[in-house]
Design a protein around this ligand. Sequence first.
Ligand code: G3I
Length: 357
Amino acid sequence: MPSTAARTRLRLAGALAAVLVASGVATGPAAQAHEGPAHGKPRTTLADLAQRHGRYFGSATDNPELTDTAYTKILGEEFDMITPGNGMKWYATEPQQGVFDWTAGDEIVDLARDHHQKVRAHTLVWHSQLPGWLTGKEWTADELRAVLKNHIQTEVRHYRGKVYAWDVVNEAFNEDGTYRETVFYKTLGPGYIADALRWAHQADPKAKLYLNDYNIEAVGPKSDAYYALAKELKARRVPLDGIGLQAHLALQYGYPTTLEDNLRRFSRLGLDTALTEVDVRMLLPATDEKLAQQADWYRDMTEACLEVRRCVGITVWDYTDKYSWIPAFFPGQGAALPWDEQLAPKPAYQAIREALS
Ligand code: G3I
């Protein structure tokens, strides 16, 4: 185990190397990472490095970006797991009741298949990005149950055999660990979660089924709620395979230091875990110091996942600041991803490589 000082030196060296790479100066391993077969040298990607640990390294993507060929080149090369950022959500897939549209999701699944990548599918049941026909009406429990079952089973059946995992229910809890009062909870009660998992399992028995949420990286009231629910669902033999920790972090709020313990307690319940939507935002402007701290957080998260056997992989919520959701949602914040807006790797990229190496 290197001393703290040695670790700091290593981190600074890594950060420096990434900056040199970003500015076009060739260095050791990082330079190698960006030299393709045309240069006659072996090229290791984040996916290659993660696979050596039996993990995947993924990225979210979204349909409008797929016309950017410089972007899709890196997306196709560096990652082995892809998540559609919007294309499989309810508003996109069932824009009118009973009328399904697979265009956006299929485009991403096809692209992933062309690059021999797997797909983490996202998401079946969520209170956000619902179609107007669903939110604009009062439903009886029987009606909504039928609508939910049909949506889940039609979508899961469509992608059966084509996706590795599903985020079945997304963001079901409040910060204090109480159930979020969504249309599903209010109309159907908490049993909608077990029902959703069972219906999804019937439609694709091989897909890994997840519950997924943000602010559950640390041990606390919200992750405790997931722990209690997961334990109960397992005891009742409800088909739940994993818990997705989104990991939308922000430098100004501090690092979730209990992440590894938290991952481990879910593993002990016999569940997989995954970091599903990682980004580390900061107050702009980005400075070298903030980018170095961000790199440390990416490294620490990657190491935490590698330390816990059933943490199966990491997905960044898109890989480049060019297409991050952050600036639109948190004005004045950004620079959250391992590649910058020019698609150049940042210190965080090098830090992830080092953690995986
Ligand atoms: O489709 C319309 C388009 O027609 C219109 O021209 C454009 C103008 O703004 O908006 C488009 O819709 C946007 C949609 O993404 C598709 O691009 C919405 O405004 C925008 O709000 C929406 O944001 C998405 C967000 O979920 C919604 O909550 C982000 O792209 C997506 O990355 C984000 O992802 C979520 C995960 O699903 C769950 N966890 C949190 C994560 C971040 O919010």
